[in-house]
Design a protein around this ligand. Structure first.
Ligand SMILES: [Zn+2]
Length: 516
């Protein structure tokens, strides 16, 4: 039968019992890390991005990048808690976007259709109002505030310094991870392997040097070039695709994964997993196991148990050197920030597809692949200034990356604080990162990010993110039709909960930065 027709049930039968991980996953290493010493070996990248959210409200999609005037929500002094900036973001379309790897699920924005039934995986009991109430007394915690400073004052530099301390820890963990990853790569690259073309793709917070914490969680992408593929967009999703080969030459090691001409993501992932599982047994100097399959996750997760616990998500990504899909045409709004030339050259880079199912009715379409642009994200974070010398030794220092680290840390800490609550499950660092990129689009000039202005720049980022939560709109940075904060993706009550927590933090000098 045509895999595309499969009832939703074509869903992971075998995955069976695996717990829905999508959410948990997102949460996981949402942090970034401060600069990781470059000395660290190759592969590992601390996990950081999980979902990818979409464009900020304010920056409502105009064809071209918004001019400096059009900036969205800039927080008015008076609007401290609560009021929404009136930059109406219009109707929130559902859209989820594709994260590099495990991003949040994506759905297409703009489409009004509600998907009626919520998948079993996402269906959760609605929390009663009471549950949302108990946020605790609004008493500021002491921690990182300035001494003698008024309540609400805090010291961002001190927080960043604290984050920097984990660098060494990350480097040590990365060495262990790299050893394991190298071993697996070598095995996969053997001649008889279907995956012999794999290579490491250096993306992720670790390489972006914005990993802030979670030294025990890493993401690693294995890319596999697949020549001459053809994409068929899944249900106008913008982010999910079926993959076919234009021709199916004999000898293509991937032909065994075809099902009615469609390259089966589930089959391919199963085999990938199987090989890794077998090979892991041959790694002698490290105690490592493969974790149970998590439904909906594009990753094979390793758990290194000694010398310390480290979890590593290995994600298989197909690499296509064709031009980017049409759904990305209006994406990557960096014209006024990094410039059109940079944009054009980035768009000539390959793009990636990770095995990630799309929602389909009450289940999932298991054979789809989702777009990933983590390599581009890495690139623009690295070369983030309007001036080429921004943050170089002799250049002016900006605070863009520091803002991103703080934003990631904020979400990570809130997730820790409310670890047992489901409201924050679906939020991941990819949402934060996407919002951050939109703020960069909105404030394209280096002078708007002077390092002396860290506190107010961070405040702008927080404001923007709050605006996205309130308007339920966060456009995917590369696929503007996808709204990562659509109702489909994240329930309103969760967005309200997170808004409330962030506002509390902001009004009290971010006590959560000093906790845990
Ligand atoms: Zn800079």
């Amino acid at each position: 039968m045509d895999p595309r027709r499969g009832p939703a049930a074509r869903t992971a039968p075998k995955a069976g019992a695996a717990a829905p991980k999508a959410s948990a996953q997102g949460g996981r290493g949402a942090l970034t890390e401060p600069d990781v010493s470059p000395a660290v070996p190759a592969a590992a990248r601390p996990r950081a991005q999980s979902g990818e959210p979409a464009r900020a409200p304010g920056s409502l999609r105009k064809k071209s990048a918004p001019g400096p005037r059009e900036r969205p929500p800039r927080r008015a002094q008076s609007a401290r808690a609560g009021q929404e900036p009136s930059s109406a973001a219009g109707a929130a379309g559902p859209a989820g976007a594709a994260g590099p790897a495990e991003g949040p699920a994506l759905s297409r924005a703009g489409s009004r259709r509600e998907r009626g039934a919520r998948s079993a995986e996402t269906a959760r009991p609605q929390p009663g109002p009471a549950e949302l109430g108990g946020v605790g007394p609004l008493v500021p915690a002491p921690s990182l505030g300035r001494r003698g400073a008024p309540p609400g004052a805090w010291e961002p530099r001190a927080v960043l310094e604290k984050l920097r301390l984990s660098r060494q820890e990350v480097s040590a963990a990365a060495e262990v991870v790299n050893r394991v990853v190298d071993h697996l790569l070598q095995r996969l690259q053997r001649r008889e392997s279907e995956f012999r073309g794999v290579a490491l793709l250096h993306t992720g917070s670790y390489y972006e040097r914005v990993k802030i914490s979670a030294p025990n969680e890493f993401d690693v992408m294995f890319k596999l070039e697949v020549p001459r593929i053809e994409l068929e967009e899944y249900c106008n999703s913008g982010a999910h695709y079926f993959v076919k080969f234009k021709r199916n030459p004999k000898g293509n090691p991937l032909s065994q994964f075809l099902e009615e001409e469609i390259l089966s993501a589930s089959k391919m992932l199963s085999k990938f997993r199987k090989i890794i599982k077998e090979e892991i047994k041959h790694i002698e100097d490290t105690d490592v196991i493969v974790e149970r399959k998590r439904r909906g996750s594009p990753a094979v997760t390793l758990l290194i148990r000694k010398p310390k616990e480290i979890s590593v998500d290995i994600i298989l990504a197909l690499e296509s050197k064709s031009s980017w899909p049409a759904s990305t045409k209006e994406g990557l709004p960096i014209n006024n920030w990094l410039g059109t030339k940079v944009k054009n050259s980035l768009r000539r880079q390959p793009f990636y597809l990770v095995p990630k199912h799309a929602k389909e009715g009450n289940g999932f379409q298991e054979e789809t692949w989702r777009l990933s642009f983590s390599h581009i994200e890495k690139d623009i974070l690295k070369n983030h200034g309007q001036s080429k010398t921004c943050c170089e030794t002799h250049g002016v220092k900006c605070c863009r990356k520091d803002c991103l680290k703080l934003m990631k840390y904020l979400l990570e800490q809130l997730k820790k604080k409310f670890g047992n609550r489901k409201e924050l499950d679906k939020f991941c660092s990819y949402h934060v990162k996407t919002a951050f990129f939109h703020v960069c689009t909105q404030d394209p000039h280096d002078s708007q990010w002077h390092s002396n202005d860290l506190e107010s720049c961070f405040d702008n980022c927080v404001t923007y993110f709050l605006h996205c939560l309130k308007t339920e709109r966060l456009e995917h940075y590369f696929i503007p039709g996808v709204n990562l904060f659509s109702q489909d993706q994240i329930e309103k009550i969760s967005k309200e909960f997170l808004s409330k927590q962030i506002e509390y933090e902001r009004n009290n000098g971010f006590p959560v930065f000093g906790e845990f």
